[in-house]
Design a protein around this ligand. Structure first.
Ligand code: DX5
Ligand code: ZN
Length: 216
């Protein structure tokens, strides 16, 4: 069951409750929340109080994407605030396995995100512990960037490994997803599609999400 996860980074933040209601009505099944610290990525967004506030507005699962250095400092805060999926970056963690186990212990689904230049080889010893692998199809930090095409091959390769080994893990893609490329990305074997400007940058979210769903 493939799902659309609007990234609220591109929403009208002063009108966020309403924005979430609109994408939910249109058929989005996950809300993606980007947390940036100005160190791991060259941009700053918000902390866990935003997750807490969104949790009160929606029953959809909250997918919190931590683009922060040393995420071990804050995983508990984000999970207590309502993160259902907590994704950390491979590049930001020294003790990845320990953190993944901790996320599960605290009751959330662990995900690991992979930057465009990071090879998938590190997954060999961690994939069995994950619910989600998040393939970054832009360099993290900003919404509205161009989709990096080599991500498609990464998704295909990962999809093949997952099917060959009968693994439970889902593939999520994040960055530059739009109506125009979602079919191709879906065909490469992706399960969850994050889209920020591809949804919130359009006039009619309902129409956009329905068109996206049709192409999956
Ligand atoms: C990038 C973020 C993404 C991104 C999505 O660092 O993780 O979630 O902002 O925005 P679009 O879909 O506009 O690339
Ligand atoms: Zn993200």
């Amino acid at each position: 069951m493939k799902k659309i996860a609007p990234s609220i980074i591109s929403a009208d933040l002063l009108n966020l409750g309403n924005e979430i209601e609109l994408v939910e009505k249109a058929g989005a099944e996950i809300i993606h929340i980007d947390i940036m610290d100005g160190i791991f990525v060259p941009n700053i967004t918000a902390g866990w109080s935003l997750v807490e506030a969104i949790k009160e507005k929606t029953t959809l699962p909250l997918d919190v994407h931590l683009m922060i250095d040393k995420p071990e400092r804050y995983i508990e805060d984000f999970i207590k605030s309502g993160a259902n999926i907590l994704t950390i970056h491979q590049e930001a963690c020294i003790h990845l396995h320990r953190l993944v186990e901790r996320i599960r212990e605290l009751g959330a689904s662990p995900g690991v995100a992979v930057n465009p230049a990071t090879p998938l080889s590190f997954l060999e010893n961690i994939i069995d512990y994950l619910d989600i692998v998040l393939i970054m199809s832009v360099n993290p930090g900003f919404s509205g960037q161009e989709f990096i095409y080599s991500s498609l091959f990464k998704i295909e390769k990962l999809h093949q490994t997952i099917s060959e080994n009968d693994l439970e893990v889902l593939i999520e893609v994040d960055g530059g997803i739009k109506i125009s490329n979602i079919a191709e990305v879906s065909n490469s074997g992706c399960d969850i599609f994050v889209s920020g400007s591809g949804i919130f940058g359009t006039d009619d979210y309902d129409k956009t999400i329905r068109l996206m769903l049709d192409r999956l």
